[in-house]
Design a protein around this ligand. Sequence first.
Ligand code: ADP
Ligand code: MG
Length: 338
Amino acid sequence: MLHQDATLRASARAESAPSSASAHGPVADLKRTVEAGLVGRTPLVERLIVALLAGGHLLVEGPPGLAKTRAVKRLSGGLECSFSRIQCTPDLMPADLTGTQVFRPERGLFEFVEGPVFHSLVLVDEINRAPPKVQSALLEAMAEAQVTAGGVTYKLPDPFMVIATQNSIEHEGTFPLPEAQLDRFLMHVLVAMPDAASELAILDLVEREASGTVAAPGHPLRAADLLEARRQAARVHLSPALKDYIVRLVMATRDASVAPDVAGAIEHAVSPRGTLALAASSKAKAFLAGRDYVLPEDVADLAPDILSHRIVPTWRAAAEGVTARALVARLLDLVRPL
Ligand SMILES: Nc1ncnc2c1ncn2[C@@H]1O[C@H](COP(=O)(O)OP(=O)(O)O)[C@@H](O)[C@H]1O
Ligand SMILES: [Mg+2]
């Protein structure tokens, strides 16, 4: 179980800088707005907002019909920023996403017409149905926050966040995302089927929505508030003990001295990008919870969604059915905060 040491909590708090907490309210409102339209999807909503605060992109995977698209639409409804949705198909071309040079005869020159990626919040639905060239154009745009066309570089908006959904049951006619580039996503979130009680609650919610008896959402979060919230989240205190915890988790994916069975089952281990992602996301999660210091459980809760897609198991481990997620679960058992 998680380390609940009172002294650790005290030390995490003692060194923390006082925060004005002014941007927390609007962000907590956003969380409530998104959650109000979804049944039992708190972890997904939390991760959407953590990624938004940490300035990262999200990959959401699960079978169809689990409100993945709905969650992202609710998020865009709660944000005062531009939104676009790209439905991926096997015949999509990179320019359909990034934009095209269009000839303007009246001026006798080519002009760049921005594609749907030029928005602050971009929903890329069923990314694994897009061909590799499109995936690579998108991953590049995500990593660089810019698009190059015709030798000219165009900056993407700030904030810029991609939320890609991936259907986990469809295999025919799909293109798996390149494993080596999956770490462009801050997090990889899995959504599972709801239980009977949640199904009933979904029925009720849809009925209430159809009859117009749900409360209208409040004010959308302004872009300026989001940027301020990002600054405040980045200033959340991460104690030396927790930095050490994060580093030991990451090192254990490379170094066999901690957990020989885990490191031995890993072909590609977590890079420093994973270390930074876990630190930034833990701070964002703490900020969302209204704290100005990170707790060990922030790190442990996010670690599976931040580390798993950055690990490639060996061929042998994969053949034995060992998943990256199972390896991270084992690491969390073996590596404890000090
Ligand atoms: N947890 C949930 N909460 C609220 N509605 C849900 C939930 N799960 C499924 N639904 C309903 O199912 C529909 C399908 O959702 P959608 O977002 O299109 O799914 P996905 O993108 O995962 O395929 C939604 O419009 C919604 O009415
Ligand atoms: Mg969908």
